[in-house]
Write a protein that binds this ligand. Structure first.
Ligand SMILES: [Zn+2]
Length: 161
């Protein structure tokens, strides 16, 4: 029952792909588990295994997981979009942020106008009153013209009163 043997451990995705023995000191093993073979092949295709191992050795161990995740993201973006890679995604998102900011500004402006109208002290109420007065005057004029008989000849079914 010796525990020093590592034969029972499956090699990490990197060592399996590179057909080499996965030693306990393997730099890839913590970040490229055998269950995620695509993660390594994607990163390897774009950056190359030796560049990735060099990069991982140059940075602090606590930064390695983030580095591998960003490499995987960048590699995937580069394969999807060989011209712009993740820069393409960033510029699409920047445009989206600008558009949404404009939309938000417009909505906030609408909200301010609505709040003024609701509070009763703003110009919205004045406009409402003016329309109401105008409407009343208009309908009065209309009624008086009907009552005066100007339109009686043109209106059906208005007789018998
Ligand atoms: Zn390994």
């Amino acid at each position: 029952m010796s525990s020093s043997s590592s034969y029972s451990n499956p090699p990490c995705a990197a060592c399996k792909f590179l057909r080499r023995k996965c030693l306990p000191s393997c730099i890839f093993a913590p970040y490229f588990p055998p269950e995620e073979p695509i993660k390594f092949t994607t990163v390897h295709k774009v950056f190359g295994a030796s560049n990735v191992s060099k990069l991982l050795n140059e940075i602090q161990p606590h930064q390695r997981e983030d580095a591998v995740n960003s490499l995987a993201y960048e590699a995937e973006a580069r394969l999807k979009d060989p011209v712009y890679g993740c820069v393409g995604a960033i510029s699409v998102l920047q445009k989206q942020v600008i558009r949404l900011q404009k939309e938000l500004d417009a909505t906030n402006a609408d909200l301010m106008r609505y709040a003024n109208y609701e509070s009763g002290g703003g110009t919205g109420t004045l406009i409402g009153l003016t329309y109401g007065m105008f409407g009343h005057r208009y309908s009065s004029a209309w009624n008086s013209r009907i009552n005066s008989g100007d339109y009686n000849n043109g209106i059906d079914g208005d007789s018998g009163r």
